[in-house]
Write a protein that binds this ligand. Structure first.
Ligand code: ATP
Length: 457
């Protein structure tokens, strides 16, 4: 290939890369817009101009987020006999965070721009202020990310409490409580989902990085010599979970940390990453945390945090494999991955190709028109399906527009009640992705929808 050809090829590639980047940025804008417009996610305190990158989950967002968490709980707790759940307090003792090392080490490097006085996380900018472009930055200093507050009426040192910055420590401090009550022995796990709080220097990218967010974490306690095996097992198992819920394989990867990237207590870590509009970024970290946490808490509390194996008469401090995922971040990845535009009968449409188990509504019951005759039968159909799954009920606007609205929020099946239904006691079931419609007797509808749901379980 001569020089001119090479230049031409590079120009084309550059052009394609930029077009790809623009497409992805455009897709992000569209998803954020859809979230606001259709009631998934609202900026918090919007009537007061918003509040510091916090978000509220609307009627559809709360359903999607619950479904993500329930899918995690089902695979991590319900479908196993070696994992149990807990729900520990958010408001927590400073002694936990002193022992875990968070009081000293849970920091990000903070720099100030001397020109425009904005503040940045030094490891997320390459030496240049992202607001004004100046390189005149202060030396980085350690900024602790924990939210500090006071429990009780006195605001003195003795009343200091922290909002947990992760759910994991709840599992370590309850290790003996669970061990003695749950009749489990290593290898076994303790799982928890819930809110965590980090005073992030620069929250960004919608709900990807916020100061208040939800995590789904599990600590799996194993005999020390089995830790490498279980680390591999959990890396594979967690990757499979995302795939089983329909996340595109080409947007998903497992990235092993290099030696220099590992935390001081970890001997192996791998991140499950998703290709976000701004590039590959973390959804979940799987780490071999060794016996670090249990030993730290044993030392600080004076309690014995060990497992005693009666058959051999031996005691040991288990190693821990931790798959730690973000619920809100994962929800956002599912939304981005599901966002699709296609054409139906020459008309552009937007749809969320969400897995039926994640979609806010599994079914929408739609009377063909708001004619009085159709509403009672439609309500009858609705109450047949409501015990089975989450249903929407929408009466107004043309049926075509209502189909589009349901496509846009990811409802896999629309059930339409028309004037023939009054005679033949049958309804039309329309599929979101193929738009195919089939006629089903009302008497067989619950079985039909159950069978469709079962295909995705
Ligand atoms: P990051 O490097 O993105 O700050 P982290 O490695 O500190 O994340 P962990 O402490 O491993 O994150 O937390 C486990 C998971 O919790 C992350 O993979 C992510 O999905 C989620 N998470 C962490 N911080 C936030 C945040 N500020 N907003 C939303 N989700 C978060």
């Amino acid at each position: 290939m001569d020089h001119a050809d090479q230049m031409e090829k590079m120009k084309k590639k550059d052009h394609a890369d930029r077009a790809d980047q623009m497409d992805r940025a455009d897709q992000m804008d569209k998803v954020v817009n859809l979230c606001k417009r259709r009631g998934f996610i609202f900026p918090s305190a919007e009537i007061y101009g918003g509040f510091r990158s916090t978000y509220d989950y609307g009627p559809l967002g709360v359903l999607l987020l619950r479904n993500v968490k329930e899918a995690w709980w089902k695979s991590m707790v319900q479908m196993r006999d070696d994992v149990v759940g807990i729900d520990a307090a958010i408001l927590s003792s400073p002694r936990i965070w002193e022992a875990s090392g968070h009081l000293d080490n849970f920091t990000d490097p903070l720099v100030d721009c001397r020109q425009c006085h904005s503040r940045w996380r030094a490891d997320k900018i390459s030496g240049k202020c992202l607001s004004c472009g100046s390189s005149d930055l202060t030396e980085p200093r350690a900024f602790n990310l924990m939210f500090k507050t006071h429990a009780g009426p006195l605001e003195d040192e003795g009343a200091v409490a922290y909002l947990r910055p992760e759910t994991a420590q709840g599992m370590f401090v309850n290790f003996m409580n669970v061990l003695t009550t749950a009749r489990k022995k290593p290898p076994f796990g303790i799982a928890q989902m819930g809110k965590s709080f980090r005073n992030e220097i620069t929250p960004q990218n919608f709900v990807f990085r916020t100061r208040e967010f939800e995590q789904m974490e599990m600590e799996y306690f194993v005999p020390p010599d089995e830790a490498p095996k279980w680390f591999d097992y959990w890396c594979d198992t967690r990757m499979e979970w995302y795939k089983s819920l329909g996340m595109s394989e080409e947007r998903l990867r497992l990235r092993h940390h290099a030696q220099e990237e590992l935390s001081h207590y970890s001997t192996a870590t791998a991140d499950v990453e998703f290709l976000f509009p701004w590039g590959w970024d973390e959804l979940e970290g799987v780490a071999n945390r060794t016996d670090y946490d249990l030993r730290q808490h044993a030392k600080a509390s004076g309690e014995v945090l060990e497992y005693f194996e009666p058959s051999t008469g031996t005691r040991y401090v288990p190693y821990v494999i931790e798959p730690a995922a973000g619920a809100t971040r994962t929800m956002m990845a599912f939304l981005i991955d599901a966002y699709t535009e296609d054409e139906v009968a020459g008309e552009k449409r937007t749809l969320l190709k969400l897995h039926p188990g994640l979609a806010p509504y599994q079914v929408a019951v739609l009377p063909l028109s708001k004619h009085d005759d159709l509403v009672p039968l439609s309500r009858e159909v609705l109450s047949l399906l409501q015990p089975l799954c989450m249903c929407d009920f929408d009466v107004t606007q043309s049926i075509g527009r209502r189909y589009r609205r349901q496509d846009e929020v990811g409802t896999p099946w629309c059930v339409t009640v028309d004037f023939d239904s009054l005679e033949d006691r049958a309804v039309t079931v329309r599929d979101r992705d193929t738009t195919e419609q089939v006629r089903i007797p009302i008497s067989g509808l619950v079985n039909e929808i159950s069978a469709r749901l079962a295909q995705f379980q």
